[in-house]
Write a protein that binds this ligand. Sequence first.
Ligand code: ATP
Ligand code: MN
Length: 537
Amino acid sequence: MELIGSCGINNDLSSTIGLDNLGQQFWNLSPDELVDDCIISKQGIVTDTGALAINTGEFTGRSPKDRFIVRDDITENFVWWGDVNLGISPEKFDLLYARMQDFLVGKDVYVRDAYACADDKFRLNIRVVTELPWSNLFAYNMFLRPTHDEIQNFSPEWHIICIPSFQANPEIDGTRQHNFAVLNFTKKMILIGGTGYTGEIKKGIFSALNFILPHQKSVLSMHCSANIGLTGDTAIFFGLSGTGKTTLSSDPNRRLIGDDEHGWSDETVFNFEGGCYAKTIDLTRDKEPQIFDAIKFGALLENIKFKGDTSIPDYTDGSITENTRVSYPIHFIENIAKPSIGSAPKNIFFLTADAFGVLPPISKLTKAQAMYHFMSGYTAKVAGTEVGVTEPTTTFSAGFGAAFLPLHPAKYAKLLGEKLDGSEIRVWLLNTGWSGGSYGVGSRMKLSYTRAMITAALTGKLDNVNFEILPIFELAFPSSCEGVPSELLNPRNTWANKDSYDQTANNLASKFVKNFEKFSEGTSSEILNASPKVLSR
Ligand code: ATP
Ligand code: MN
């Protein structure tokens, strides 16, 4: 057995997690060394700007149906079991892991010591063992990086084992198919196999923190981005995938705290991560300069194509997947908060990409509406590529991140409600989706307009303007906003056919109502009253 690279005194994978008879162990290699290994083994190509481009293989996105949590004394009575949180027995976990241990015999592994949570009070040490060098680079980019000295005495609390080429056997292992991500809170382990999609690594720890922090430490964990203004005012942006968390939190006038996962304790808002994971589809320097310029040596691009025979990425090409991505350490963005911590937010934005074109581009929520929309967690997916399918579909995901929330949504809502109660925090709903009609007729809200609306909200420019109430959804939207054409602010105005707007709005409202039925019990009448009012016609 050979240890290569730099490791501390706690470097025994046998006594800690029972990995024996491994090949070479590459410990905490630098990005240079990992990139070299990728190139030599033909797993990656260096782009014109020095980034490493790899393909993640069969999976180019997460696989929520294959994410399991071990049912044990810690989880049994607290996890909200169901379609999102699938249970698996401790025995099956042990069997699966035993087969992974066998699989690794004689094989080289890459080991990375890292941690989550920028607030020291909540720091969680993680050891990531990966089969592939680029999975390890992802862990380096996305988690917080211990100093050289910290590595000397590093003692891991959680372990992630990521083996893309290991295939589960559903009959033996109790999985649904060959790929899986399994969380075990007793053993503090996350097993990932059958998939190379890197996002499983970060969202695995995120799911663990979404259990640990609210349940054991009374900290609200959130699927949101966060940044901080010149006067120290924190803003957070909740939203499901593709609604703009990463894009909108990178703002030249505000320091970035983080782009995806945060905790809100009594004193702080803190990033869980040490990096960003941005979408690159249709990326241009013009529209997203900070993200574009972060794609340099050390950054890891996933599933992109190149322009002709060059090494210049073609970000317009979605032929491998629309979910092309890049990960990079957070300091690749120029303007960041150090450490990644802010105070309690002054402004909260809920981002939704409403492909129906019904919701106003910006509206100001009452506290009851804020709770209602947080629990609803609405966004829409655009129509598929199938011929004739032109209707967008609704997605409701409680807390804007149900896929990563092991506890009942009411638990997170309760923590948020306590923070909002009696506070001056302003909550805004932003539609970063369609205007002028549904997908197919209207068009996506211009990024520059959405940015202008956020700036106006953050700088108090919406404090003294007139607000109007949108019927059905009863949302208060401003009549004017600096940098945005006023006619865009009332969504109904932007539709050529007003009847069609009214009908679409009413249909969407009924979907909100139907989705909320499951929360009607145990939710206060004040919040229930914040529901849209479907008109009978
Ligand atoms: P994930 O949770 O998957 O990381 P995300 O919320 O971070 O998703 P982004 O990566 O910010 O989502 O993706 C938003 C995408 O939508 C970007 O590709 C961005 O360029 C595009 N976009 C187009 N118009 C807008 C708009 N008005 N506001 C925000 N994003 C927009
Ligand atoms: Mn993001």
